[in-house]
Structure formats: C-alpha cells, structure tokens
Design a protein around this ligand. Sequence first.
Ligand code: DP6
Length: 418
Amino acid sequence: MSSTIYQATCSAPVNIAVIKYWGKRDTSLILPTNDSLSVTLDQDHLRSVTTARADASFDGQDRLWLNGEEEVIKPDGRLRRCIDEMKKLRQAKEAKDASLPKLSEWAVRVCSENNFPTAAGLASSASGFAALIASLAALYELQPEVSTSELSRIARQGSGSACRSLFGGYVAWQGGEQASGQDSLAVEVAPQSHWPDLQALICVVSDAKKGTPSTAGMQRTVQTSPLLQHRIKDVVPQRMKDISAAIQNKDFDTFANITMADSNNFHACCLDTAPPIFYMNDVSRAIVQLTEELNRASEAEGKGKLAAYTYDAGPNAVLYAPKANMPTILQTIRHYFPNADFDDTFDLLGKGANASHRGAQDAVALPQSLPAAFNSNVIPVHEAGAVRRLIHTQVGDGPRVLERGLGAESLLTEQGEP
Ligand code: DP6
C-alpha cells in the first residue's frame, strides 16, 4: 500500500421526473429521444453512499461492491465506461501538472450502499451512478475545473436518469442533438433554495409481479409506438418550456397540471407499445382518482390544486405538493389505504420527528381540512397494506462530499475491503 490513502466518500440523491425520459436514440451512449425534467429529493431521507479509493497496490483490477455484493465490471458495460471516462479526466489533469500522483494509472475500488431497501420498489440506479461519479470526481479532485454538467454527461452513460441526480433542486436533462452525446447533459433549472416549499409523498404500492425493466421497456416503445413519436415531437418540447416557467414562478397549479399530464402521456405510450406494457395497477389508478377528486374539490372552493401524482416504471405513486397541503394529503391517503408503514420525518403526527408508524391497525378518519365539496365515495377504503409504505420527503440538494481520506464515513476498510 502507498502511505497516503487516496479516497473519497460521497452521497447522492434520488430524483423523480415530472417530464419523463422514455426512449433512447442511441442505446450505447444512452442518448434520449426527448428532454426530461426532475425534482431532486432530500438525501437526508433517500440516498446512495459511495466510497472510491485508488491505490497502486490494487493490481490493475477495478472492483466494485453494491450493498455488500461484488458486481462484475463487464468490459463493454456501463460501469466500465463510467470509470474509464472518469480516469480520462484525471489523466488530463495529471498531464497538466506533473507533481500530481498518477491516480489515473491505479486501479480503483468502489463500495456503494443505498439507505433504502430495493424492496421498497424505488429505483436506485440514478442515485447509485450519481454517487459513483461524485465519489470518483472527489477522489480525482476534478472540480471545479470540470463542471457538474460535464460530470452529468458521464453519469448519463451509467443510467440515463442518473445525470439528473448530479444537481439539487429542479433539473433538466437536455437530450442534445449531436451523435457524440457531447450536448446531452443535465443543467440546473432552479436550485432547491429557489422553491424549497415543494414536498413529496412516495406511496409504495404492493406488487408481487416484477415489471418490465425500464431499459428494455423503453426500447420496445421506441420500436413500436406511434404515440411516442407524437410525444417526442409535439408534446414534450412545449411542456419543458411551460414547466420550467412554472418552477421559476413557483406556480404549483401549472406545475401540477403538467406533471400529471406527462405521467399519463408516458403511461399511454407504454400502453401503445406492442405488446403493451402496464406499470400502473388498480391501486395506482385509485390514487390518481383520489388526487383528481382532491384537486377538483379544492378548485370548487376557488383554491389551487392540492397535489400532483406521477408514476415511473412501476406502480408506486409519487405525490408532489406544497408543504402546507401535506397533512391533509397524508391523512387522506392513510384513510383510504390503511396500515401503511410510515416514517414520520417531519413529525406530522406529533409523536416526534422520525417516529416510525408500523402499519397501525386503527382506522384513520378523513381530515377536517378536506375541501367541503370533496366526494368521500370517490374510491373505496382499500384492504390493509394495499399501500405498503409511505415516505415523506422534500426537494433536496445535490451530491455531497462526506469525507476525503479514510474516516468514519468510509465503506472500505483500511485494507480496501468492503
Ligand atoms: C420511467 O434511467 O432507469 O424513471 O437509461 O436505461 O438506465 P436507463 O433507464 P432509466 O429510466 C428511467 C425512466 C423513468 C423516467 C425518468 O426517470 O425520467
């Protein structure tokens, strides 16, 4: 071992798109068929943490562990490409400054963990690849010379949606036009501090069957769906402009309208795929109906929308809402979907912040704060556990460097083992 330990540990957030990425024009470089836009969620609640170390004694072989299991780094795979691109950036830095240690020539060891179980049904590839890129960037001391957007271009080659997790707040992935992918990267639309009031309630829906993975599903849509062509040409470009303006203006009603319309358009494209792909199930659709009724009743009183739903490649709902609406939304969801586990991050139930409510048996009454015109028969009260878990979080910041060198945050031992 060399005497100095060259290592960095970073955390990176999850992001949930409001304009969905669905389709690639280049499957190898991961270049999308349309722009997309997402909200970065708070990594105090959901995150991936990664330690990356370079050492001359690592005998030329890069190794990576994910949640305790070693992953094979395939020669033409996504991990290989990300690590190689990061090494190239380090090499360029070393070429300019001969006094730097030649970390680019040494093998790396990477150890990564998510603080949320994959069983929660949440995709971890975005936060995982973002944490990988952030930790290698910190290890190689690439910033500020290399911009965050340039790093996002590399994260994109790990998983498309990962490029958006390199920024906090409100983030656009500009799909770009070049065949090289040089102009396909993430940019900040607005930082978290611009509109910190936006919160999210993730409703983890029970689902036994394993759905079509997004990588395969989106290519089938590209190959077979005429509706996707309409989405790419006529739908997304205007929505990108309109939702960016809504974010600038902190206009929740417009934000909500576009978010829900885009989720529905994306799932319509899935249905338009041959053979069709179904990600939403009956419980997902009941949450759509409930949210639409909440919004209708609120608007009947001359007020704004209460919440916006969006669904990725699975049955889970993510409800976005201004902070002030969350107590009403949470209690309404808990009424219709009893017994969901709930980690009360913001102490809405008054039992202390982070108190865990493990599927309490008591029926939850509808909240007093509901709009008067709300039709309580809009959906039935569902069977216990139809929504398994509720995660309350908010818009958050971008990747954080937790530690440089070997310390308390390290996921690798002094010997470089997981
Ligand atoms: C529905 O980023 O997981 O969540 O690029 O093939 O790794 P790959 O796909 P991935 O797809 C995410 C699709 C989505 C929409 C979105 O996040 O924009």
